[in-house]
Design a protein around this ligand. Structure first.
Ligand code: NAP
Length: 309
């Protein structure tokens, strides 16, 4: 199996993959896509369950996305995942979109049903499961700060907070107008009063140390959705001096090293986890959509860790 296939390969899939056994019937579409950890994770699950199919990477450029998705039924695909930059663009190409994905405006999972393409989003629900497994908490009970609310992951996480009806949500972004815009969009989801106290349930804060210190006093969970921390040389997006032991810090980054945010949490005596569990659970939920059965989490997790080693 090649590491990465192309749109040209997909157009003549039988010829491009004729030596492949079991056949390649699932993929992740991305641009770039070579870094994706989804193939080892899903292939471990498929192998463990004895399913005669494998999962690969497809490099699909934005202008190729509609054509590539439309080819899936004829080429024998069961489904695909969409990653950067295709998650929003895939939605209008679907024949049907489930309610959750439509609300978020983003599709990360496509299931092929006969000739039809059905769109889903498992990123937010994957986060909910990840938080339960890492910290034993429910997102709906949390007062949450989202760092990087201007990006795709930040939007999906903030939307999930709104859909879950979490106690409080503070959006923070380097370009503050994006956090403000998202807060305006989310306002209808926070209209019902749940929290007794002086803090508004939904707000945005500037990325300034004193403003963040103040907000963190009424926050339980910080979710980093910026890429700050992907490189081992990156600083922590939050200074340890403004963190407190009661905080839970979830870094959506899933590098093998402990990110600087996790190190800052250690310094402050707070608990932290990285995004490997979110990647795992969004993948497991995609698997459940395609095969209508539970995904083997232990095998998938082991494959992700092995791919990082
Ligand atoms: P994106 O759309 O490019 O958004 C990046 C966000 O980070 C924006 O809000 C941006 O702020 C902010 N940002 C970028 N550089 C920054 C800096 N130096 N300082 C402060 N803020 C900065 O990226 P994305 O797709 O949302 O991905 C973001 C991260 O989420 C990635 O590291 C990715 O690994 C992680 N992620 C993890 C999972 C998982 O399953 N664990 C899933 C999806 C994404 P501006 O708006 O001001 O530019």
């Amino acid at each position: 199996m090649k590491d990465v296939y192309t749109f040209a390969d997909l157009q003549d899939w039988t010829a491009a993959t004729k030596a492949e056994e079991p056949p390649l019937r699932l993929a992740v579409f991305g641009d770039p896509v070579a870094h994706s950890a989804s193939p080892p994770m899903h292939n471990a699950a498929l192998k463990h369950l004895g399913i005669q199919a494998r999962y690969t990477r497809l490099h699909v450029r934005p202008e190729e996305l509609a054509g590539a998705l439309r080819l899936l039924p004829a080429q024998g695909f069961l489904g695909v995942n969409c990653t950067i930059p295709h998650k929003a663009a895939a939605l209008p190409i679907m024949d049907r979109v489930d309610d959750h994905a439509r609300r978020i405006g983003v599709v990360n999972t496509v299931a092929v049903e006969g000739e039809r393409l059905i769109g889903f989003n498992t990123d937010g629900p994957g986060l909910v499961r990840a938080l339960r497994s890492e910290f034993g908490v429910d997102l709906r009970d949390m007062r949450v700060m989202v760092l990087g609310a201007g990006g795709g992951a930040g939007r999906a996480v903030a939307m999930q907070c709104g859909i879950e009806g979490c106690e409080r949500l503070v959006l923070v972004n380097r370009a503050p107008e994006k956090a403000q815009r998202l807060a305006e969009e989310l306002a209808p989801l926070f209209q019902h009063s749940r929290l007794l106290g002086p803090s508004a349930r939904l707000g945005f804060a500037p990325w300034q140390t004193e403003a963040l210190r103040h907000e963190l006093e009424t926050i339980d969970l910080v979710i980093n959705c910026t890429p700050v921390g992907m490189k081992s040389t990156d600083p922590s997006p939050l200074s340890p001096s403004i963190l407190a032991p009661h905080l839970l810090l979830y870094d959506t980054i899933y590098t093998a090293h402990r990110t600087k945010l996790m190190q800052a949490a250690d310094e402050a005596g707070a608990r932290s986890a990285n995004g490997l569990s979110m990647l795992l659970h969004q993948g497991a939920l995609s698997f459940e959509i395609w095969f209508n059965r539970s995904a083997p989490l232990a095998e998938m997790r082991a494959a992700l860790l092995a791919a990082q080693a």
